[in-house]
Ligand binder design. Structure first.
Ligand code: ZN
Length: 605
């Protein structure tokens, strides 16, 4: 394995290709395109037939899967290579080349989805039960549901070809506008231009004045750029409305729920239960206010740290903690994680031009996943390492699935990652001796949960409100959007914390509202689900493990509801979601108990 001078690993992509100039990249892409043309030639007009045989459909699916695999590999490689140095024009060009070829492949495959949707009902009923198609049953079922909302092929082709100058163009504009934003921060008479991630990091600063100023600069900068961002969002609200009408979706979030394979009613129930538990947030922030010894809490105090200094962790220590936590849960978990460290599947060294944040990329079932992160020695990085390795284990367990059944649907995608974080969180808690340090870690965990569960639900309600009001009243002005945003977010804090004036602009930079409407509830769904699974593990121990492994190994081969039913989980029931919120309540109680043990903490340096 490669080691940088700081002893941090970088990954080795040679399991995929020799390098960016490997001739196999171009060969495989062209082969995929060739196969797509042959596929279209062979199958167009042959599927939506009364006498379609299961064996033929199976053959078509296998060919489809094989050509997809061929097209995915170069794209995955190009984006992995690009992510460690986004300033290298050769890498950028390779990403672009693989994307353009992928789109040209996709236009030859539109007919396939449409024909699956047009198979006569009587034939379909027989096919979906045929043993030859058992491996693709879930995939076909879902395709058929999606197809009920497709238009005709010429209409779909026009939509696809004009997408780049409609919604997709506005989404790209949003990305370009927001990633070019500079935030001017004044310090001791000098002004520094910060990027968004540099500015947002200051919201966690121990110094209250730094946080207040950062928040003010955030609001002012967004206000200055509000016009194009607001216009973009309004345009997309209208496009969503029109597409819902054409495709026959009854409510703004219905298409997302269908993609997620979660019934509307389950989403509604989860949201209602979370809202009815908003008082947990208020209760915690009242405690935090007392703990910091402040009169009032403002939006810029949300992430104020309770300990201003934390000991640094080396990558070696992080690896030790994570593997030990995994081993305690199950030796199999640790076994699956070890090769990431031993065989160069992790890129942890920060480098100029490297992408920020962290991710785990599952490539194809026959290739192993890769983890990227920027390890800086913060305790938070240990959790991030665990999180991404959790995704990695999920992918490795699901590698027995074929490509079309490999990736878990969105609401289950965070199951293993969040679970892995919980294991490491408990391990870290048990290693800390001072109650102050334990309190700080617990508070950090709770604030994360509030951000993942309650804040995302508030944001989801903001989206519902603006989409619905757009439909009822026409275009919404900036002041109306700001007001809906403030109201939707303030609800979760009640009187424990005030979202001040500069907060009202902050909906403007949230990419999810623009890129993937209604995505945000999946975070709440995933986190509450994992809290419940974790509670089950504590209660059932070893008996739980096998069933949990089965859940992960299923990948995307079955509906989330069906998979969860095997663990006696019913996501349509309010009491299931309440049990998740009860675990959050338990952590709030633990925090209160620790505070009683310690007394007040002075507010930073
Ligand atoms: Zn994740």
């Amino acid at each position: 394995m490669n080691q940088t001078p700081e002893n941090l690993p970088t990954w080795d992509l040679s399991d995929l290709y020799e390098g960016p100039d490997d001739p196999r990249i171009e060969e495989e892409l062209l082969a995929a395109r060739q196969q797509a043309l042959a596929f279209e030639e062979q199958w167009r007009g042959r599927l939506a037939k009364e006498d379609l045989q299961a064996e033929d459909l199976r053959q078509a699916l296998e060919q489809y899967e094989a050509l997809q695999r061929l097209a995915v590999l170069p794209q995955s490689y190009a984006s992995l290579l690009f992510s460690t140095d986004t300033t290298d024009p050769r890498r950028g060009a390779l990403v672009q080349r693989t994307r353009e070829l992928a789109s040209s492949i996709a236009t030859h495959l539109i007919f396939f989805d449409l024909e699956i949707g047009r198979i006569p009902e009587a034939t379909w009923t027989g096919l979906i039960r045929a043993p030859e198609l058992a491996a693709y049953r879930h995939y076909l079922d879902h395709e058929r549901e999606l197809a009920a909302h497709y238009l005709s092929e010429p209409e779909e082709k026009v939509l696809e070809e004009t997408a780049n100058c409609r919604g997709r163009a506005f989404r790209r504009l949003f990305t370009e506008l927001t990633s070019r934003l500079k935030y001017p921060l004044e310090k001791e008479g000098q002004t520094r231009e910060l990027t968004q991630s540099e500015l947002l990091a200051l919201l966690y600063d121990p110094d209250r004045e730094v946080r207040r100023q950062a928040s003010e600069v955030l609001g002012q900068t967004l206000e200055r750029h509000a016009h194009p961002l607001h216009f973009t969002f309004n345009t997309l609200l209208l496009e969503h409305q029109v597409m819902d009408r054409l495709r026959g979706f009854s409510r703004p979030e219905a298409s997302r729920n269908l993609d997620n394979e979660i019934p509307d009613q389950a989403v509604d129930t989860m949201v209602d239960v979370v809202v009815s538990n908003y008082d947990l947030v208020a209760r915690y922030y009242r405690l935090k206010r007392n703990l910091l010894g402040l009169e009032d809490l403002w939006h810029y105090d949300r992430y104020a740290p309770l300990l201003s200094e934390r000991a640094a962790v080396s990558f070696e220590e992080a690896r030790g903690i994570v593997l030990e936590a995994f081993q305690d849960f199950s030796p199999r978990f640790a076994e699956l994680a070890r090769p990431f460290f031993e065989r160069g599947w992790i890129d942890a060294a920060p480098a100029p031009g490297k992408r920020g944040g962290a991710f785990c990329a599952g490539v194809t079932p026959d290739k192993h996943p890769y983890v990227l992160m920027n390890f800086t020695g913060k305790p938070r990085d240990v959790m991030t390492l665990a999180h991404e390795l959790g995704h990695g284990l999920h992918d490795r367990l699901a590698s027995r699935q074929t490509l079309l059944n490999y990736s878990p649907v969105l609401p289950l995608a965070e199951t293993a990652s969040t679970f892995a974080e919980m294991l490491v969180f408990e391990k870290l808690q048990s290693r800390l001796e001072s109650p102050r340090a334990r309190l700080a870690l617990l508070a950090e965990k709770l604030e994360d949960t509030f951000a993942t569960v309650f804040r995302q639900v508030s944001m989801f309600r903001f989206e519902q409100r603006v989409h619905n009001q757009r439909r009822e009243k026409g275009e919404l002005d900036l002041e109306t959007m700001n007001r809906i945003w403030q109201e939707s977010l303030q609800e979760m804090f009640a009187d424990s914390l005030t979202l001040g004036e500069d907060h009202r602009w902050t909906w403007l930079y949230v990419p999810h509202f623009v890129q993937t409407p209604f995505y945000v509830y999946a975070y709440a769904f995933g986190e509450l689900l994992v809290l419940s699974l974790y509670a089950r593990y504590r209660k059932e121990g070893a008996a739980f493990q096998e069933r949990y492994f089965d859940l992960l190994a299923a990948g995307g081969s079955r509906r989330p509801q069906e998979l969860l039913a095997e663990l006696e989980i019913d996501v349509t029931r309010a009491d299931f979601w309440q049990s998740g919120c009860d675990l959050v309540a338990e952590n709030v109680h633990k925090t209160e108990a620790l505070v009683r043990e310690i007394g007040q903490i002075s507010p930073g340096p």
